[in-house]
Design a protein around this ligand. Structure first.
Ligand code: SF4
Ligand code: SF4
Length: 196
């Protein structure tokens, strides 16, 4: 485990974790692979899919003519889905929120609230999504850039796997289920891990 940055320590100490309810957390195959392996879970335990309004090559098909879907981290049961807490969000006896995954948390969770556009590292200050105002004094720009590059490398691998899956769906004219897609994703991510 690498040393925690100042930003990570702030989030680790945060007992409110509004970000963990406010946002939809998108997953790469690498996230799914790491979490299933480390916690001996099935994808169905924590992965869901939905049809987003926008998206690109990361979206997967289950049939040639049907919609394309994004992977997301499951949210716990609440009357309304929007704003429901992440399935891994825990509450201590004194009401403090804690991430049950911590170092295993998905890449999107690891990078928030940092965003990189071009060569510029930026901070998302989005009041409903976070309980504090971030400033550049909270982050190490080089370390954040490196973390972002790592996220993008995993996203690129994920897109390559999804692109091949979609090509097969179109070529075979077949309809497949979500469990088939998860199995395909895990097989390919594990193969890439073994080859690395
Ligand atoms: S991003 Fe904001 S709300 Fe989320 S854990 Fe960090 S400080 Fe708390
Ligand atoms: S995995 Fe952890 S950090 Fe990410 S949304 Fe869930 S509880 Fe929050």
């Amino acid at each position: 485990m690498t040393a925690r940055s100042h930003r990570e320590k702030i989030c680790l100490a945060c007992g409110q974790k509004s970000c963990c309810s406010y946002y939809v957390v998108h997953l790469t195959g690498w996230d799914v692979c790491r979490i299933t392996q480390a916690l001996q879970l099935f994808p169905a335990d924590f992965v869901r899919y939905y049809e987003p309004q926008t998206g690109g090559e990361e979206l997967f098909r289950l049939s040639p003519e049907g919609p394309r879907y994004a992977l997301m981290l499951a949210k716990g049961e609440l009357p309304e889905a929007l704003g429901a807490p992440c399935v891994f969000l825990l509450r201590t006896n004194d009401g403090q929120a804690r991430c049950g995954l911590h170092d295993l948390r998905p890449l999107q969770c690891q990078i928030y609230p940092v965003f990189v556009e071009g060569d510029t590292v930026m901070l998302i200050n989005d009041a409903p999504g976070c309980v504090r105002i971030w400033s550049y004094g909270d982050i190490d720009l080089d370390a954040e850039q490196a973390r972002w590059d790592r996220l993008k490398a995993f996203e690129t691998e994920h897109i390559a796997i999804v692109r091949e899956w979609n090509r097969r769906i179109l070529q075979e004219g077949a309809t497949r289920c979500f469990e088939d897609f998860c199995a395909y994703l895990l097989n390919h991510c594990r193969a890439q891990e073994d080859a690395a």
